[in-house]
Design a protein around this ligand. Structure first.
Ligand code: PEP
Ligand code: MG
Length: 913
């Protein structure tokens, strides 16, 4: 009979992970490589899908299973359910992608009254056999029959307590037998049926349980969280493997290993083992395992076998492997292998080393690293091998590790931060009014909310570590207490969070400052050699530009000039400009801003020389530079209150103490000063009311400001061109680019281009040089996409502003969406991704495609880039590559990610053609 549903490890296709699951495929591959794998077979994922659809196993599946078991019996000389040398098996799930959300392993399946007796007779070790039995009943009960662990643990602990025993290893055979009987009783009580004695019935129930686990809540949630779609993994396989025992005596052991050190990437034996133990003892932490190096002394022959196994695995898979093994009576068996999950440092080091060792190509070295991982390297990280167990886990919401005193509200955070304390803001969830707490704290931890919760979004924007949705933590702000199980965390207690993994630890774990290692530099230089897209940075200050250049940016793709306006020394000038009653007054204020902007640009060009710097003309609505209405009203009221104090008595610093809102300097305070301040605030208030818009993001902003107040744009254009001229005079090569935001029509662009032409002529005459620069537009309105052919007549370049373009395409704002309905949309599958994080290729992508095609029809050499947040996101970068963009621009910490993602895009394109 030719198997239809399953493959023996001896003939399954080790490359077909989709059909055999990762674990099954590797077991086949290892068997066929000649490694010592216990005999077994794998039931395919296709069978799983068939079962889930028909809600029953294929009628002839169990016949095939019997045939597979018969083959194993023949190979091992054991008998399933037999009464002399019984065959026991493990049953494990395994889909194409390793998914911790799925079913656990069932061990020792095949034990019943008869095989139990046979095992005792054969091993002459009743303690060992009853230990295996009670483990099997509990695992089978839990995993296959859905009985809670507590039901078993209750009896287990009772027996231990009654016997005055602390450690499990001290339990005698009789006590383990008693426990087994109690466990059988639990199963009977909970299911209404006796524990299945028929070993094939056990196997059938276990197979169904594994299949059903594919649709279990944990697995479904896991797939949604990590975007595991059916084309990536569909259904789970079932692996049925001959049991080998690491707990039959001192010539037995069980262990786990990595072919290289996963913390540092160093090429060395790495792992842990336990003598006389079963695999789950290592994982459950019941006994402390020994470092693998000790095996060299303790079991030298087995250590030699282990070194050989490790070398064969790496040479074959050409990838770092994470493997599990058992030594039964001196013989080493490999039970599992998979690609090792390592931190970013180790991934980068192993990539470089494996190329140098001739094991893999440079292309493979690039492709084996998930670009997202590199962001870890630019945030503080926990020291490798810190050896601490996490107290709880939440969602990894914003990368980086942080340690500090726990604080339960934003005001307290601000107060304590002034004393120089490092803090972690711990809230049930955060709200916009907590923002000052974010600034004050090193990291943020919430017990509710997801990766798009307020805490997550704000922390990411600030580059602060954040763990969100740690549901095991109960926060009681009134009691200034957080409770995890029976552990109480008081305000002021030290905690450490790792926003890259979601782990939360009690106490301080040292963090390591990020460094751009020589290995990372090498890897990224290989990435640049392979990429077609260039990577630019979104940077607004010379310091940010220098950092971006250090991270390998080949230009600035977006300098938001309003960020310069917001600096403390400029804001009063900007406010004067806004309050101006007429063009002359506005020009006077702008004249003061001009030299400051020019110097800013000069420094920026210098920092990025010789690469291009794209400067965007003013974009936000004017009211953003003014305080809001409520704040102004409060300030005016406070000032009026002080006026009464000042009128009534001599002002001293003491009388003013406790009034921190008072304008400074205090000591100059007199009636005249206060009156002047009130008048200014009232003017601002009038202006705020005048500027009021129902929907400011769709209102008077961007190029519309340039049309209404040309003098603002003219000042900025002059600053840019004069800064460039000064650089040219100093022989600093520069490539400035002037970019216009929010454009909807070519007429707007034409008008700004006229300003540029006029000013260019003046600056060139003044500096006696000729200037080379580009003039372009952002594409962030739907109309700009549909008029791209016309815009390209004037623009030398386009830059997609996908933050605004996403809002425009979806007709909802990021803030409202993420705080209100987007989590629901994502959770219920109405939208697969948050479109502000992952570029909406199906919808917005079409607009982009059209804009690129039409733009280049008009101007074939049109330079096109992207400067919205998506420019740093690997999947979006791949799309930008496929669309033929010239560059992506992203924030500094995303630059290494983008460089690697750009190389991936090119390499994957080459692979698919
Ligand atoms: C954009 O809209 O994508 C963009 C880069 O501009 P901003 O985020 O400043 O609106
Ligand atoms: Mg924008």
């Amino acid at each position: 009979m030719n198997p239809k549903y399953s493959f023996s490890f001896k003939n399954g296709d080790g490359k077909n992970k989709a059909l055999l699951g990762g674990k099954g495929a590797n077991l086949c591959e290892m068997t066929q490589m000649g490694l010592n794998v216990p005999p077994g077979f794998v039931i395919t994922t296709a069978t799983c899908l068939q079962y889930l659809e028909n809600k029953q196993l294929p009628a002839d599946l169990m016949d095939e299973v019997r045939q597979q078991i018969a083959d194993i019996e023949q190979e091992t000389g054991k008998q399933f359910g037999g009464n002399s040398d019984p065959l026991l098996v493990s049953v494990r799930s395994g889909s194409a992608i390793s998914m911790p959300g799925m079913m656990d392993t069932i061990l020792n399946l095949g034990l019943n009254k008869q095989t139990l007796a046979a095992m005792i007779e054969m091993t002459d070790d009743p303690r060992f056999v009853y230990d295996a039995y009670r483990r099997f009943i509990q695992l089978f009960g839990k995993v296959a029959l859905g009985i809670e662990d507590e039901k078993f643990d209750f009896h287990f602990e009772n027996v231990k307590r009654a016997a005055g025993i602390k450690a499990d290893v001290a339990l005698s055979a009789d006590q383990l037998q008693e426990i087994s009987d109690l466990f059988l009783m639990v199963v009977h009580e909970e299911t209404g049926k006796p524990f299945p004695e028929d070993v094939y019935e056990q196997l059938e129930i276990a197979i169904k349980a594994v299949f059903n686990s594919w649709l279990g809540k944990r697995a479904v949630d896991y797939r949604r969280e990590f975007h595991i779609t059916p084309d990536i993994a569909n259904g789970t396989a079932v692996n049925i493997v001959t049991m080998v025992f690491g707990n039959m005596g001192d010539d037995c052991a069980t262990g786990v290993g990595f072919t290289r050190n996963p913390g540092t990437g160093v090429n060395e034996m790495y792992g842990e083992y336990l003598v006389n133990a079963q695999g789950e003892d290592v994982v459950a932490g019941i006994r402390t395992p020994k470092p693998v190096h000790e095996m060299a002394k303790e079991m030298p022959e087995q250590y030699r076998q282990l070194v050989e196994l490790r070398n064969k695995l790496e040479a074959h898979y050409k990838e770092v492997q994470d493997y599990e093994y058992t030594i039964e009576r001196g013989v080493l068996y490999c039970l599992q292998t998979r690609n090792g999950k390592m931190n970013a440092t180790a991934m980068v080091k192993t990539s470089i080393d494996m190329v140098n060792e001739g094991l893999i190509s440079k292309e493979r070295a690039l492709l084996r690293i998930n670009p997202e991982l590199l962001e870890q390297l630019l945030h503080p990280q926990l020291a490798a091998d810190h050896g601490q167990q996490p107290l709880a886990q939440g969602l990894p919401a914003s990368p980086g590790a942080a340690c500090g005193k726990c604080v339960f509200d934003a005001d307290t955070a601000v107060r304590l931060a002034k004393t120089g304390e490092d803090l972690i803001l711990l809230r049930e969830e955060t709200k916009p009014e907590d923002i000052h707490g974010f600034f004050a704290a090193q990291g943020v931890l919430t017990s509710r909310g997801g990766k798009t919760s307020h805490a997550a979004v704000v922390a990411r924007g600030m580059g602060k570590a954040c763990v969100a949705g740690a549901e095991d933590i109960k926060v009681d702000v009134r009691a200034r207490l957080a409770i995890v199980g029976d552990i109480h965390i008081k305000e002021g207690d030290l905690i450490t969070i790792d926003g890259g993994t979601g782990d939360i630890y009690l106490g301080r774990i040292p963090t390591i400052k990020p460094s751009f290692s020589p290995e990372l530099k090498t890897l990224l230089s290989w990435a640049d050699e392979n990429a077609r897209l260039r990577v630019h940075a979104n940077a607004d200050t010379p310091a940010m530009a220098r950092l971006a250049a250090e991270y390998g940016a080949k230009g600035i793709g977006l300098c938001r000039t309003e960020r310069m306006f917001n600096a403390v020394d400029r804001l009063p000038l900007v406010i004067d400009m806004i309050l101006a009653h007429n063009t002359e007054e506005r020009e006077a204020a702008l004249a003061k801003l001009f030299p400051i902007q020019r110097d800013d640009f000069e420094q920026l060009f210098e920092a990025m020389s010789p690469y291009p710097v794209t400067v965007r003309l003013l974009d936000p609505p004017m009211h953003e530079f003014l305080p809001n209405e409520h704040q102004l009203l409060d300030e005016i009221n406070a000032l009026k209150h002080y006026l009464t104090i000042v009128k009534g008595q001599r002002v001293t610093l003491e009388t003013l103490a406790g009034h921190p809102e008072l304008p400074t300097p205090f000591n100059q305070l007199n009636e005249e000063v206060i009156l002047e301040a009130i008048a200014k605030k009232e003017m601002m208030l009038d202006k705020v009311l005048e500027l009021f818009e129902v929907n400011p993001m769709l209102g008077h902003r961007g190029v519309r400001l340039g049309m209404s107040y040309p003098e603002i744009y003219k000042m900025q254009i002059r600053s840019i061109l004069e800064a460039a001229a000064r650089c040219v005079k100093q022989r600093i090569p520069v490539e400035p680019e002037i970019m216009v935001p929010q454009v909807i029509t070519a007429q707007e662009l034409k008008k700004v281009k006229q300003f540029v032409d006029e000013i260019q002529a003046e600056v060139e005459a003044q500096y006696k040089i000729s200037l080379k620069f580009k003039f372009g537009t952002m594409i962030e309105t739907v109309r700009a996409c549909t008029r791209a052919d016309h815009l390209a007549k004037i623009a030398d370049f386009f830059s997609f502003g996908t933050n605004d373009l996403t809002q425009a395409t979806f007709s909802f704002s990021r803030e409202d969406a993420e705080n209100k309905f987007l989590p629901l949309y994502e959770d219920s599958g109405l939208l697969q991704d948050n479109p502000f994080e992952t570029l909406d290729i199906q919808g917005l992508g079409k607009l982009m495609k059209m804009a690129v095609e039409w733009g280049r029809q008009t101007r074939p050499d049109l330079k096109v880039g992207i400067c919205g947040e998506h420019g740093g996101h690997p999947r979006s970068i791949k799309f930008c590559h496929d669309l033929g963009l010239n560059y992506v621009s992203c924030s500094a910490p995303r630059i290494p990610v983008a460089r690697l993602a750009a190389a991936h895009a090119k390499l994957l394109e080459a692979q698919s053609t």
